[in-house]
Design a protein around this ligand. Structure first.
Ligand SMILES: Nc1ncnc2c1ncn2[C@@H]1O[C@H](COP(=O)(O)OP(=O)(O)OP(=O)(O)O)[C@@H](O)[C@H]1O
Length: 253
């Protein structure tokens, strides 16, 4: 995925993104952090083909211009957005089915993914019978079932309680280790960004610019619990805070 010198404005006057260049290599996990309104979701929407850009610069996903519904991209949001009338299995299979896989194929892959996210035995449950954490596990299963080369994740754990969030971060680390997709991940939680990423890209307040691109050189495989004890984890966290603060207000006023 490559974004090159992108300038974007929705109304043709007010800049939202300014001179943004960003690359995510195959299998790389990159987090975007930055103040509210700096354009993080807009960047993901551009990669998903949900926002068209008429400004200057370019966006390229898996070798082509982004387009809505492309099999190259899977998108996961903070709210699980499961269909209430479909079982966990049929929800996990849904994305792949929409892309043309037969129900049998989609269900077989979704069943395996549900087992990977710890929901074996819950295949027939409706979303209303699942906890919030289990629903988000189902959404993770749906995202990975699609097997797209680029996963876009917009604060996927933002609405979870602290303990469930740590469990799902560990799960995401395992899934990424196993499946090696490229991931572009938005979070407001710097500890989460350090824990899961290969790089963390820090954006300034509006118009969004990239103010830092920090390599997270913590060895993998990682354990969320063990990371908390690693002094380098805390150094990286402090470094990101400093970059974030340098971007606050820099372009305001
Ligand atoms: N479709 C749209 N039309 C017009 N303005 C938009 C549109 N989408 C986003 N914006 C504006 O672009 C700016 C960036 O929004 P965006 O949602 O990308 O920020 P963000 O960094 O993801 O914020 P948050 O962290 O609060 O989710 C905001 O000022 C928002 O109002």
């Amino acid at each position: 995925m490559a974004i090159d010198r992108l300038h974007l404005s929705f109304d043709g006057r007010t800049p939202v993104l300014s001179d943004v260049s960003l690359q995510v290599s195959d299998g790389e996990f990159v987090s975007l952090v930055g103040p509210s309104g700096c354009g993080k979701t807009t960047l993901l929407n551009l990669c998903a083909g949900l926002v068209q850009h008429s400004g200057t610069g370019s966006v390229c996903v898996a070798g082509e211009a982004p387009r809505e519904g492309s099999p190259k991209v899977a998108y996961m949001l903070a709210r699980d957005s499961l269909l209430p009338w479909r079982t966990a299995l049929d929800n996990a299979a849904f994305g792949l089915q929409v892309r043309g896989a037969s129900p049998e194929q989609a269900r077989a892959r979704a069943r395996a993914m549900l087992a990977e996210v710890g929901l074996a035995g819950c295949e027939d449950a409706l979303p209303k019978a699942l906890s919030h954490g289990m629903r988000q596990r189902t959404a993770l299963a749906r995202t990975f079932t699609m097997d797209s080369p680029l996963l876009l994740m917009d604060e996927p754990f933002g609405a979870l309680d602290a303990q469930t969030k740590l469990q799902l971060q560990d799960l995401l680390l395992r899934l990424c280790q196993q499946h090696r997709h490229s991931v572009l991940f938005i979070t407001h939680d710097l500890a989460e960004a350090v824990a899961v990423s290969d790089r963390v890209v820090v954006m300034s307040s509006r118009p969004g610019r990239i103010v830092a691109d920090v390599r997270i050189d913590l060895p993998r495989p990682r354990s969320i619990r063990e990371l908390q004890k690693d002094p380098h984890f805390h150094e990286l966290y402090a470094q990101l805070w400093a970059h974030l603060e340098s971007g606050w207000g820099k372009h305001e006023g």
